[in-house]
Design a protein around this ligand. Structure first.
Ligand code: SF4
Length: 351
């Protein structure tokens, strides 16, 4: 079992992160925030897919002024992503967002930082400091031969933390992302030893669905396995729904959360006598909508299949032109190959 690092609990609207609270799955809209209807539609679809906190980009005042309208039409906490402009941060807080992501060091004078902090305190809105390879301050970079190393990323994050703590603000979440997996892991490891604030994990600009999934699974998965991380966002160049799906798979595979199906399927080999690959893919697709935790196995042979998938709630093991449906490793019945998908799904539905 994974022993999680002890962190401060931070409340984000209806959700809590840090401490022993579940590790939450986040995503970010790619709609124009100014288009409230499209943004609400995407947020609701993401929530259905399992998104638990949503972030939107706030580029200008017109977009900031739509945040209240968006917030009223959604059920998950809303985070405003702001760069540089303290007035956008003040407006977002005023509009009732549940968290803002802004780096205090980029706001400008201390007066402006103070104004944002005071407004956030008053409305109990936490602030996420989001450091990434591209945002490290020039003077810090200079110390590290102009490279955003893990140490440079950590130093930058601690600099922003100090600016908030200076005004006695401690409702902080931190992310420290690089697009390089090893650097991301090293940076979070370093930071986790320095602060007790909850950490938002991610490998930034991880890439397209296939490449980005692998990078994120290694980066986020390694850290979670070490007990580091309180909320995750998988960054993919794809529909954000895919980010949510990947996020859940990472958490499920590490047994940190339960939601929907866990699919076990064998790689096929010379013993396989049914067309297993399309069957496994069809089962994966047909069970995508299930939210109840269930383990399904799709195995190539009766010799090893049910035994190897003993922990599965329900499964199928291929024979010659047939498949044996089994439950918790015990045989239920033998079905012709052409009927396998239908019969297996019928058994799954019974569960
Ligand atoms: Fe081969 Fe059977 Fe193992 Fe599948 S379950 S890889 S068919 S031995």
């Amino acid at each position: 079992m994974i022993k999680r690092r002890e962190t401060k609990v931070i409340k984000i609207g209806s959700q809590k992160i840090g401490g022993n609270n579940p590790i939450l799955v986040q995503s970010m809209c790619n709609t124009d925030t100014h288009d409230a209807a499209a943004t609400v539609k995407q947020i609701n679809a993401l929530q259905k897919a399992g998104c638990e906190i949503i972030r939107v980009a706030v580029l200008n005042m017109a977009a900031a002024k739509k945040l209240g309208q968006i917030k009223k039409q959604i059920q998950i906490p809303l985070v405003a992503d702001i760069h540089f402009d303290y007035q956008l941060a003040l407006e977002a807080i005023q509009q009732g967002v549940d968290k803002i992501r802004i780096n205090p060091g980029n706001i400008g004078s201390e007066d402006k930082i103070k104004m944002v902090v005071e407004a956030a305190k008053k409305k109990k809105v936490p602030i996420r400091i989001g450091v990434n390879s591209g945002s490290v301050e020039k003077r810090i970079l200079a110390k590290y031969k102009n490279k955003a190393t893990a140490l440079a990323l950590t130093e930058s994050a601690l600099y922003h933390v100090k600016l908030l703590e200076k005004f006695d603000f401690k409702d902080i979440v931190i992310s420290i992302k690089a697009s390089d997996v090893n650097r991301t892991i090293a940076a979070y490891q370093l930071l986790s030893k320095k602060v007790r604030y909850p950490l938002h994990l991610g490998v930034t600009e991880a890439g397209t669905k296939w490449i980005g999934t692998i990078k994120s699974a290694i980066g986020i998965g390694s850290l979670l396995n070490q007990g580091i991380g309180d909320t995750i966002r998988v960054s993919l160049t794809d529909d954000p729904i895919e980010e949510v799906r990947v996020g859940w798979e990472i958490l499920k595979d590490l047994r940190l959360r339960k939601r929907g199906r866990v699919l076990i399927s064998c790689p096929t080999c010379g013993r396989t006598q049914i067309n297993l690959i399309p069957l496994a893919q069809a089962v994966e697709k047909a069970t995508e909508h299930i939210t109840k935790p269930i383990t399904i196995a799709v195995m190539g042979c009766i010799v090893n299949g049910p035994g190897e998938a003993r922990e599965a709630d329900i499964g199928v093991a291929g024979g010659k032109g047939v498949g044996v449906i089994f439950k918790k490793g015990k045989t239920l019945r033998t079905v012709k190959e052409k009927d396998l998908l239908k019969e297996l799904l019928a058994e799954i539905n019974k569960l």
